[in-house]
Ligand binder design. Structure first.
Ligand code: SAH
Ligand code: SF4
Ligand code: F3S
Length: 457
């Protein structure tokens, strides 16, 4: 299979034009932008980090909640001004909003020139060419096979230490509130050989940490010609074995599919990080059923107990939706009590946002009033702040192996890095370098970070 040569800013001759790309949404979208950058650079386009220099402005978009889309509309207004100054600029909308809104985006006062869905990025050079010739270009076909397996992504984040590796695309779960299955299509797994090859390439380029990405990594399932099956636990082991000095993380696990095999694999390899992101969405079995999550409160608690038993030092984070259709005060209380019971180390918390054409939008009433949603959200955020603080306080006095990721925002004299448990630590640099592992003793904590010093013994 063809592997595209890694791209450096110096070896491209600028023939086709300069592109600027902005990304919204989840890690998978960030990973996709790296695929887009690779496809375009292989076709003679040059990446620019300055919007003023760009001949092509691309925005990779998210549809998960209404406010995600509102932000993109705001950006399109900014690009409009850019186009006024330089009418030859081409504007492309990529990603989930492109998939959801399709040609509706093209009718937007002739602002948008191309619209490209998440499975159609290989078509970008052709679409850009027709846009240059004055035609609008659109490709929003979803695919059952596309995984961009052979494409070697251009790394857009600059830390050079940790990178995302997509292991699958799409989602088959059909949670009733969620737009992802509609905008990302059916689930498909990427050939493990190409995943391992990408990880090796990253290591050769000095990377120290990879995060394997999928909407539901536990259902990763690759079947090759001879019917040999690779599941997620096996893939995780294959990646961990590539180099014991490379940290491995993954996201997102699904409570209904997280297996003990995965937990035992994590326990077996020191370099698989001790952190699980296990989105629960609600603490009420009744609401979980309405959400079609495929598990109950009790089943979820059983999975947490398995994590505590098999991986006692693991941290656990979650996603929570508050104010879903028909959520009562009692359901909300159950969410609060589950959060307290688990003692989450971290959480992303959202107000339910109805997405057009999802099952919840078609069949259920978005009947929790806005002020009630807002109040419930405040309550879960306040509780989580307390839990996050407690989680950090527990680390005071302990020593952790930390991967140095960069210079602290607050002081040039300090580095920041993360523990295996995914907590950010800030400490004086001493003689350490970005990309090193150091042992840090934690002395204090703030809401978001641990603070410590390097401790050699
Ligand atoms: N595949 C992952 C996460 C996908 S989207 C999973 O199943 O857990 C990330 C998070 O956005 C979800 O976990 C959920 O908490 C939130 N989310 C998804 N749809 C939403 C909606 N309509 N309104 C509010 N939050 C939503
Ligand atoms: Fe959406 Fe559910 Fe799939 Fe996650 S598992 S992407 S929440 S449908
Ligand atoms: Fe958003 Fe699409 Fe990710 S809707 S959350 S960018 S899969």
């Amino acid at each position: 299979m063809l592997i595209h040569k890694a791209f450096t800013l110096t070896d491209i001759n600028n023939t086709a034009g300069k592109f600027y790309i902005e990304t919204y949404g989840c890690q998978m979208n960030f990973s996709d932008s790296e695929v887009v950058a690779s496809i375009l650079s292989d076709n003679g386009y040059t990446l620019t980090r300055s919007i003023d220099e760009a001949d092509i402005i691309l925005v990779n978009t998210c549809s998960i909640r209404e406010n995600a889309e509102t932000r993109v509309w705001g950006r399109l207004d900014v690009y409009r001004l850019q186009k006024k100054e330089k009418p030859s600029v081409l504007i492309g909308v990529l990603g989930c909003m492109a998939e959801r809104l399709k040609e509706k985006l093209l009718s937007k006062e002739k602002l948008v020139d191309i619209v490209v869905g998440p499975d159609a990025y290989r078509d970008l050079p052709t679409l850009l060419q027709s846009a240059k010739e004055g035609q609008e270009g659109i490709n929003v076909l979803l695919s059952r096979e596309e995984t961009y397996a052979d494409i070697n992504p251009v790394r857009l984040d600059k830390n050079g230490v940790s990178a995302f590796v997509s292991i699958m695309r799409g989602c088959n779960n059909m949670c009733t509130y969620c737009v992802v299955p509609y905008v990302r299509g059916a689930e498909r797994s990427r050939d493990p050989e190409t995943i391992i090859r990408e990880v090796k390439e990253l290591i050769n380029n000095g990377y120290k940490e990879v995060t394997l990405l999928g909407q539901n990594v536990d259902s990763y399932n690759w079947v090759n010609g001879e019917n040999k099956k690779v599941g997620f636990a096996e893939l995780l082991e294959m990646v961990a074995k590539v180099d014991h000095n490379i940290r491995v993380r993954f996201s997102t696990s699904h409570p209904k599919d997280l297996s003990d095999d995965v937990l035992y694999t994590m326990a077996m390899y020191e370099n698989i990080c001790d952190h699980i992101h296990l989105p629960v969405q609600s603490g009420s079995s009744r609401v979980l059923d309405l959400m079609n999550r495929g598990y109950s409160r009790e089943y979820y608690m059983g999975r947490i107990e398995a994590i505590r038993r098999i991986l006692p030092s693991s941290t656990i984070s979650t996603d929570m939706i508050t104010g879903f259709c028909a959520e009562t005060e009692e359901d909300h209380e159950q969410t609060l009590s589950l959060m307290e019971w688990v003692g989450y180390d971290f959480a992303y918390m959202f107000k339910y946002s109805e997405r057009p054409n999802t099952k919840a939008a078609r069949r259920m009433q978005d009947d929790v009033p806005e002020d009630v949603k807002a109040r419930r959200l405040t309550e879960i955020i306040e509780l989580q702040n307390k839990l996050s603080e407690e989680s950090k306080k527990k680390d005071i006095g302990k020593r952790f192996k930390v991967l140095v990721e960069g210079v602290s925002k607050k002081s040039d004299e300090q580095f920041y890095g993360r523990t295996s448990q995914n907590k950010v630590v800030v400490f004086p640099k001493e003689d350490s370098k970005i990309g090193d592992y150091v042992f840090v003793k934690v002395h204090e904590s703030t809401q978001a970070t641990l603070i410590g010093t390097i401790s050699k013994s």
